[in-house]
Design a binder for this molecule. Structure first.
Ligand code: N2P
Length: 317
C-alpha cells in the first residue's frame, strides 16, 4: 500500500505497527505542500492509496473527479471524530474524506530575539528583523499572509488586491532569510531565525525542542485549516487503504500520533488523553471567539492562475 503524506505529519512507528498487525507493507512518501501533492497525483505517474489534502485541495480534487468515495462501514473508528468537523463545505456529505488534523497559520518566534508584541502580520515587515524572518514556501499561505496584512480576504478574486499582495511580498523579500516548509522548524530551534510563519502543530513541535520559542496567530485574521485523509482515484489497494484509515482512528493510535506530531486533533478519544494545558491553550486549540476573523481557504477556480503568476514573480524577484 502506498501512502503519501506531508513531511513530519505522522509518528512513523505507527506505519511499522500497521504492517505488523495487518501483514500489509506500507510504502511511505512525503510532500511539502498541497500543490506538490496535487501535481504528482494529477500527472498520474504514481498511484497512491492514501493522501492527506487540505480543505481547499480536497474540494478541487473532488470537483476534478480525482477521489474515490470512502466506505465508512469499513472505518468503524470514524465514530470518534468530533461531529463538529463533519459536513464541512469541502465535503458536505462526508463522502470523500475524514478529518485528520486541524489548526491555524501563525507566527513562531524566539522570545529572546523578539521584543515587540507578536499580534499582527506587520511584524514580518519590520526591518529590525532583517534576515531573521522565515516565510513558508507555499503560495496560498504566503500570499494569504500578505493579503491579511493588507486587510483583504485570503480567498480574494480581485486582481488589484492580488497585485498589491505580490508587491508587498517583493518589498519584504530583503528581510526574508528563506522560504521554507519543514526545514523552518530546525532553523527556529537552533536560533538561526527569530520569526517564522508556520502551521500551528509544527510550532508545538519546535517549542518542545526549544522552550524559548512561542507561537501565536493574529486575532485580526488568519487561515483556519483542516487536513483530511482521502483515497485518490485509481488507488490499487482500496481495501488496505480503508484498514489503514481505520487504524489511524483507533483511539490508542490516534492519541500516539497526535501526541507525537503536536497538531490539534478532531478525534475526541485522542483529545481526551492529551494534557489539559494543551487542549485548553487557545493558540493551539482556538475557540470560536479566537477564530471570528479566521477564514478557511476555498478552491479558487480560474483565479488560481493569478495566484500562480504572482507567486512565481515573488520567488523570481
Ligand atoms: C506538517 C504539515 C502540516 C500541514 N508538517 C498543515 N496543513
Amino acid at each position: 500500500m502506498y501512502v503519501y503524506n506531508w513531511g513530519d505529519y505522522i509518528d512513523e512507528s505507527i506505519l511499522k505497527d500497521f504492517e505488523e498487525e495487518y501483514g500489509i507493507r506500507v510504502v511511505y512518501d512525503t510532500y511539502a505542500t498541497n500543490e506538490d501533492m496535487y501535481v504528482k497525483i494529477k500527472s498520474g505517474g504514481s498511484t497512491y492509496d492514501v493522501i492527506f489534502p487540505s480543505d481547499y485541495m480536497l474540494t478541487r480534487m473532488r470537483e476534478e473527479g480525482m477521489l474515490e468515495k470512502l466506505d465508512l462501514e469499513k472505518i468503524p473508528n470514524s465514530k470518534y471524530i468530533d461531529p463538529r468537523f463533519l459536513g464541512a463545505d469541502y465535503d458536505p456529505n462526508n463522502e470523500y474524506s475524514l478529518p485528520y488534523m486541524w489548526g491555524t497559520l501563525g507566527i513562531l518566534y524566539n522570545t529572546n530575539l523578539v521584543d515587540d508584541p507578536v499580534d499582527s502580520w506587520d511584524i514580518l515587515w519590520n526591518p529590525k528583523y532583517a534576515k531573521q524572518i522565515l516565510m513558508l514556501d507555499s503560495q496560498r499561505d504566503s500570499i494569504g499572509v500578505a493579503l491579511l496584512k493588507l486587510g483583504y480576504s485570503i480567498n480574494t478574486l480581485n486582481p488589484d488586491e492580488l497585485v498589491a499582495a505580490g508587491e508587498i511580498l517583493k518589498e519584504q523579500k530583503p528581510l526574508v532569510l528563506a522560504y521554507v516548509v519543514d526545514e523552518g522548524k530546525d532553523k527556529m530551534v537552533s536560533g538561526e531565525a527569530a520569526l517564522a510563519v508556520v502551521w500551528s502543530g509544527d510550532a508545538a513541535y519546535a517549542i518542545e525542542e526549544n522552550p524559548d520559542l512561542a507561537y501565536t496567530f493574529p486575532r485580526t485574521g488568519t487561515n483556519l485549516w483542516f487536513d483530511v485523509v482521502a483515497i485518490p482515484k485509481g488507488a490499487k489497494n482500496i481495501d488496505a487503504a480503508h484498514k489503514f484509515i481505520d487504524f489511524l482512528n483507533r483511539p490508542d493510535i490516534a492519541f500516539r500520533n497526535v501526541d507525537h506530531i503536536g497538531y490539534a486533533t478532531p478525534h475526541l478519544a485522542a483529545k481526551d488523553q492529551l494534557p489539559k494545558e494543551i487542549t485548553d491553550d487557545p493558540d493551539f486549540y482556538p475557540t470560536d471567539e479566537d477564530l471570528v476573523n479566521a477564514e478557511v481557504f476555498v478552491n479558487l477556480g480560474a483565479t488560481l492562475k493569478e495566484y500562480d503568476r504572482i507567486w512565481t514573480e515573488v520567488k523570481a524577484h
